[in-house]
Design a protein around this ligand. Structure first.
Ligand SMILES: *Cc1c(COP(=O)(O)O)cnc(C)c1O
Length: 365
C-alpha cells in the first residue's frame, strides 16, 4: 500500500553535500565558514538556565528580533526568526503558493531546495535560464507574471556562481513582479552590499522578503537559525503559518549573541574574502575559468585537455579533499569550491597540481 500523496511518492529529495565522519577531510563542499563562531555564542549557550529549558521559549524570539532589527535599521515587526533559512523558504512556499498551480518562479541554475519545497507543496515551478554570465534576464518578472507565479526566488549572491545582481536590477524585478520576491541572501555577509535598502518604506515596495542565515557568515550551520526581513504585513502573514515554537531557547540565545558579536564574525568574512581572491587568481593561473564571486565559494571549470570536472572531483575526493560537483546542465563542467582557510586552499591547489602532472605524464607517455 502507498499511503503518501502522489507528489511525495514521485519526489526526489534534496541531496545535501556530504558530511564526512572523518576529521582529516579538507571539507570544501558545503560552504561552511572555516573559522569558529564568535566566543560569545558558546557563552550564551552555557548561560541558558535549567529554568529556561523547563519553560517554552519566547514563541517569536522577541529578543532576537529586536537585535536583528537594530542591526539592520528596521523595526522588530519587519523580522521573523526561523529554524534555519530553509524554514523560511518552506514557509514562504506554503504561504504564498497555491497547491495545484500559481507557484514559484526561479532561475536556472539555482539552489536546488526550491524545487523540492515546491514539489512537496504540489505547486508549479517556472524556470528562467540565466544568461551566459549568470545574470538574471531583464524579462524575468514578466515571464513569471505570464505563468501566474506567486513567489519569485532569487538567490543573491547567486548559488552556485557567486554572481551578485545590483540593487537597481532587484528593484526592477520587485516592481514588475505581481507576487512576492524573496531574495535569498544566504551569502550576503561575503558581499559588498545587501538588499536592505529595498525595505525602506520610502521605496514603497510591499512585496520584498530577504532571507538571512547564521549558517554561513556566523559559522553556525549546526545551530539551525535564520531569519526573514520584509514589510510588516508580509512578516505578519508568514507568522500565522509558523510552528508555534519554531526556534528553541538555546538557538535564540546563541543567535542573539552572534548578531551582537558581528564585528568579530566580520573578521572571518574578511579572511574568507581575501582567500577568495587568492584562490580565484591561483585557479585562473592554472587555466581554470572562474566566475567572479561575491560569496564564500567559487565556481570553477578546469582547463580543457586535462581531467574533466567530474574526474577531478573524484580524484580530489580520493585524496580526502571534498568539493561539490553536479551532473546537471550548464554546470557539469564545473566544480563549486568553498573558500577554506589558507592551509585548506593550499591543500586543494597542491592536489590540483599533482593531478595535472599525473594527467600530463599519462598523455606524454
Ligand atoms: C545555506 C543556504 C540557505 C539557508 O541555509 P540554512 O542552513 O537553512 O540557514 C538558503 N539558501 C541558500 C542558497 C543557501 O546556500
Amino acid at each position: 500500500m502507498l499511503y503518501e500523496r502522489d507528489n511525495i511518492h514521485r519526489l526526489t529529495p534534496y541531496t545535501p553535500g556530504e558530511q564526512p565522519q572523518r576529521a582529516d577531510v579538507v571539507k570544501l563542499n558545503t560552504n561552511e565558514n572555516p573559522y569558529p563562531p564568535p566566543a560569545a555564542v558558546l557563552e550564551a549557550i552555557r548561560d541558558v538556565s535549567a529554568d529556561q529549558l523547563r519553560r517554552y521559549p519566547p514563541p517569536r524570539a522577541q529578543q532576537f528580533r529586536e537585535t536583528a532589527a537594530r542591526l539592520h535599521g528596521l523595526s522588530p515587526e519587519q523580522v521573523i526568526a526561523t529554524n534555519g533559512g530553509d524554514e523560511l523558504l518552506r514557509m514562504a512556499v506554503t504561504v504564498f503558493c497555491e497547491p495545484g498551480g500559481r507557484g514559484i518562479g526561479e532561475t536556472y541554475p539555482t539552489y536546488s531546495l526550491y524545487d523540492v519545497l515546491a514539489e512537496i507543496h504540489g505547486t508549479t515551478i517556472t524556470q528562467v535560464p540565466l544568461a551566459e554570465d549568470w545574470s538574471v534576464p531583464e524579462d524575468f518578472a514578466q515571464r513569471l507574471n505570464e505563468r501566474g507565479c506567486r513567489l519569485a526566488l532569487l538567490v543573491n549572491p547567486h548559488a552556485p556562481s557567486g554572481r551578485q545582481e545590483p540593487l537597481d536590477k532587484l528593484e526592477r524585478v520587485a516592481r514588475a513582479f505581481r507576487g512576492v520576491l524573496l531574495i535569498d541572501e544566504a551569502y550576503v555577509d561575503f558581499a559588498e552590499f545587501d538588499a536592505t535598502p529595498l525595505l525602506d518604506p520610502e521605496r514603497g515596495l510591499d512585496n520584498v522578503l530577504l532571507l538571512r542565515t547564521l549558517s554561513k557568515g556566523y559559522s553556525l550551520a549546526g545551530l539551525r537559525f535564520g531569519y526573514g526581513l520584509g514589510h510588516p504585513r508580509l512578516i505578519e502573514t508568514l507568522d500565522k503559518a509558523r510552528d508555534s515554537y519554531n526556534t528553541d531557547i538555546l538557538s535564540q540565545a546563541a543567535a542573539t549573541a552572534a548578531l551582537s558579536a558581528r564585528d568579530e564574525a566580520r573578521k572571518s568574512w574578511e579572511k574568507v574574502i581575501a582567500e577568495r581572491a587568492r584562490l580565484t587568481g591561483a585557479l585562473r593561473q592554472k587555466g581554470f575559468t572562474v566566475a567572479p564571486s561575491q560569496s564564500n565559494f567559487v565556481l570553477a571549470s578546469p582547463p580543457g585537455g586535462g581531467l574533466s570536472a567530474q574526474a577531478m572531483y573524484r580524484a580530489l575526493y580520493d585524496r580526502a579533499i571534498f568539493v561539490r560537483y553536479w551532473d546537471a546542465p550548464r554546470i557539469q563542467d564545473r566544480l563549486r569550491i568553498t573558500v577554506g582557510t589558507p592551509e585548506q586552499n593550499d591543500a586543494l591547489l597542491g592536489a590540483i597540481d599533482e593531478l595535472s602532472r599525473a594527467a600530463g605524464g599519462a598523455s606524454a607517455s
